[in-house]
Every structure is written in structure tokens, then in C-alpha cells.
Design a binder for this molecule. Structure first.
Ligand SMILES: NC(=O)c1ccc[n+]([C@@H]2O[C@H](COP(=O)([O-])OP(=O)(O)OC[C@H]3O[C@@H](n4cnc5c(N)ncnc54)[C@H](OP(=O)(O)O)[C@@H]3O)[C@@H](O)[C@H]2O)c1
Length: 341
């Protein structure tokens, strides 16, 4: 975490003290996570200290918790033991104090953000974050609701708009439409003017319909790779079959965007996608989402305007983060799981 325990206390800082957080000292199942008392962080000059009111869990959290795939240990450090002591990427809360170089926020502001590139640590009562990782929370949305947006919403937005370059009127297929990324992808694609088909399991059909999908494919009844009319864009957030299967479902010049699913599928798209894009009239791309303030602001505007509404399946208290992750791993979640702090 980007904190310095020896830095002078910045202006507006209330007394430092203790906080509760979910700590991780080894890789493994949710049993490795424990609720602990620890020092409240102190913001550096460019940082904001946030009293966390809500967080969320997503697939990235359990990858980091389990240390799988192994590549994740190389990317984030901690080959044998996790380098990240407090997990949690998504966050919404109130600014409690600001470092002396912070210009955008002041104590009392309500903010939300994605801390995947700024130290994680949102499964805690307090966290420090650079101001560039945060935007103001829309006043009409709850902390729990907004906290579920950053990671999944940014992935959906960047997959559709930047990688997929979706245009109004285009036909878009969202595979994994009932999941965290998929539930935002359906709504954002609609907001960007697309005709949207969501693919999901039978138990989640009503949920995907409630997101506003124009058409729904229950994959136990209909093969989503054999549509009557092809798609201009396929966003695959549940890539558990080879991307080659989806190529016939694309229009000439259409684009398949790999978001996530199996590790093998992800590497297949990363390695073979450029070759397919060169040799066929279909483009295969993969998403590497990156948090940034402008995109968070776009999501905030969508939220404020009612263009996206997070679909929250369950909310757990901080002490029950392990149960929240267990539930996520069971693959029953519809939309998002929030953590209320
Ligand atoms: N590339 C990037 O930058 C980026 C960014 C964010 C996330 N991701 C990745 O994107 C993927 C989706 O993330 P998410 O947060 O939306 O996950 P999620 O909430 O767990 O949703 C995934 C959905 O996939 C469907 N699914 C189909 N087959 C599955 C299987 N064998 N195992 C598990 N789920 C299956 C499930 O829906 P049904 O029950 O309806 O089948 C589930 O709702 C993850 O792999 C995540 O790591 C990538």
C-alpha cells in the first residue's frame, strides 16, 4: 500500500489509530483471510485517506487470494507469499484527510475508485489512494451500489468502446452476461445504442432480461455460436470455449473481444488473435483494462443518469469477505457481490 508511517500527519488528518481489515499472509482458499486490527494508514502528499463505506469482490480478488494462475504472482510480486497484505480493489467512501499536494478532494467528499494500480487494500475501514484513482460519487447512488462498479464497469466500458469500437445500431453479443463484467456490458452497450444479446445459464435469464438485453440466449437450449443473424461485436466475459467457435457468428469485419474466462482461452486469444486478424476478415482482440479517472467519470455519469444500475446479488459485512468470495467461486452470483463496511 502506498503509505508512509513516518510521514508527518497532513492537514485535516484526525488522530491516527487502529482499524479493522481483512489480512492475507499466504495464498489459498478464503480460509487464509482473517479479520485483524492494524494501524490506520497515513496519506502521502498526493494521497487521500478514505473511510471506506463499501467495497466489492470480483474474479481478480480470488485470483490474487489463491495466487493462480501463477503469472499473477509474477505480475504483483510475492512468488511464495502474497505481496498484497490487504486485498480489495473496488471502493466507495468518504474522504477523511488529504495530503498537502491533493487538489481535487477535501475531507467529507464522497468518492469511489479502482485501486488495482494503487496498492489495493479496500477490505479495510480505511485506505489511502492517489487522488488520480478516485472520482466523486453520484449523490443519488448508495455506497454499496457504486462500490460494485469500478473494476467490472471499466472492463465492460473499455471492451465495448475502446477495443470493440462499438457503434450505434450494431448487433452485440455479450457472453457471460449474468456476471460482474457482463451485467455492465449489457447495460453500457445499450447506452451506446447497440442491439444487445446476452448469453447466460437458464437460472439467470430473468436477471439478464432485467438488465435491458434485447435478446437472451440460454446456452443450454441454443448454441450462441450459431446465430440466425451474425454479430458486429462479441464481448466474451465467459470464455470457456475456444474463440475460434465464435468466428462464424461474426459479420465480415466484425470483432471478437476476449475479456476473461479460462486462462487457456485468454492466452489463446492473446497469441493467436493477431494472426487470425491478419489472415481472416474477422478481428480477434483481448482486453487489458486499465483504471483511469476519465473512464470512472464516464461510469459515474452513466450511474447518475440511470443508464447503468448495478445488479447486486448479495451484500456481506467486512468480517464476512471470506464468505463473499466463497459465494463468488460457486458461480451462482448474479451481477455483483458488495461488501458493506
Ligand atoms: N481482461 C481484463 O482486463 C479483465 C478485467 C476484468 C475481469 N476480467 C475477467 O473476466 C472474467 C469475467 O469476470 P466477471 O467478474 O464478470 O466474473 P463473474 O462475475 O464470475 O461472471 C462470469 C460469468 O461467466 C459465466 N460462466 C460460464 N461458464 C463458466 C465457468 N465455467 N465458470 C465460471 N463462470 C462461467 C457465469 O454465468 P452463467 O452462470 O450464466 O453461465 C458467470 O456469471 C473473469 O475471468 C475475470 O478475471 C478480465
Amino acid at each position: 500500500m502506498m503509505t508512509n508511517a513516518f510521514a508527518p500527519m497532513p492537514e485535516n488528518t484526525q488522530s491516527s489509530g487502529q482499524m479493522q481489515a481483512i489480512a492475507q499472509t499466504e495464498y489459498g482458499s478464503p480460509d487464509v483471510l482473517t479479520l485483524e486490527e492494524m494501524d490506520k494508514p497515513v496519506p502521502q502528499a498526493n494521497e487521500v485517506l478514505v473511510r471506506v463505506r463499501a467495497a466489492a469482490v470480483d474474479a481478480g480478488v480470488w485470483h490474487l487470494m489463491r495466487g493462480t494462475p501463477f503469472l499473477i504472482r509474477l505480475i504483483f510480486g510475492g512468488l511464495r507469499k502474497p505481496a498484497i497484505k490487504i486485498l480489495g480493489t473496488d471502493m466507495a467512501g468518504e474522504v477523511e484527510a488529504v495530503g498537502e499536494a491533493v487538489t481535487q478532494f477535501k475531507p467529507g467528499d464522497e468518492v469511489f475508485g479502482d485501486l488495482s494500480e494503487s496498492g489495493f487494500g479496500t477490505f479495510a475501514e480505511y485506505v489511502c489512494a492517489p487522488e488520480s484513482a478516485l472520482v466523486r460519487k453520484p449523490a443519488n447512488i448508495s455506497f454499496e451500489s457504486v462500490a460494485t462498479v469500478p473494476v467490472s464497469g471499466l472492463a465492460a466500458l473499455q471492451a465495448l468502446r475502446d477495443v470493440g469500437q462499438v457503434q450505434p445500431g450494431q448487433r452485440v453479443l455479450v457472453n457471460g452476461a449474468s456476471g460482474g463484467v457482463g451485467s455492465f456490458a449489457v447495460q453500457i452497450a445499450k447506452a451506446l445504442g447497440a442491439e444487445v444479446t446476452g448469453v447466460c445459464s437458464p437460472q439467470k435469464v430473468d436477471m439478464v432480461r432485467s438488465l435491458g438485453a434485447d435478446h437472451i440466449v440460454d446456452y443450454t437450449q441454443t448454441d450462441p455460436t450459431q446465430p440466425r443473424q451474425p454479430y458486429d461485436l462479441i464481448v466474451d466475459a465467459a470464455a470457456y470455449r475456444p474463440f475460434f467457435d465464435f468466428l462464424p457468428a461474426l459479420t465480415a469485419g466484425g470483432t471478437y473481444v476476449m475479456v476473461g474466462g479460462s486462462t487457456a482461452g485468454f492466452f489463446q486469444a492473446m497469441l493467436l488473435g493477431p494472426w487470425v486478424s491478419k489472415t481472416r476478415d474477422r478481428r480477434v482482440k483481448f482486453l487489458e483494462s486499465k483504471p483511469n479517472q476519465a473512464d470512472l467519470q464516464t461510469l459515474s455519469d452513466f450511474l447518475a443518469a440511470g443508464k447503468i444500475t448495478p445488479y447486486i446479488d448479495r451484500t456481506y459485512p467486512l468480517k464476512d469477505v471470506p464468505q463473499a468470495i466463497r459465494y463468488l467461486e460457486q458461480r451462482q452470483v448474479q451481477g455483483k457481490v458488495a461488501i458493506s463496511i
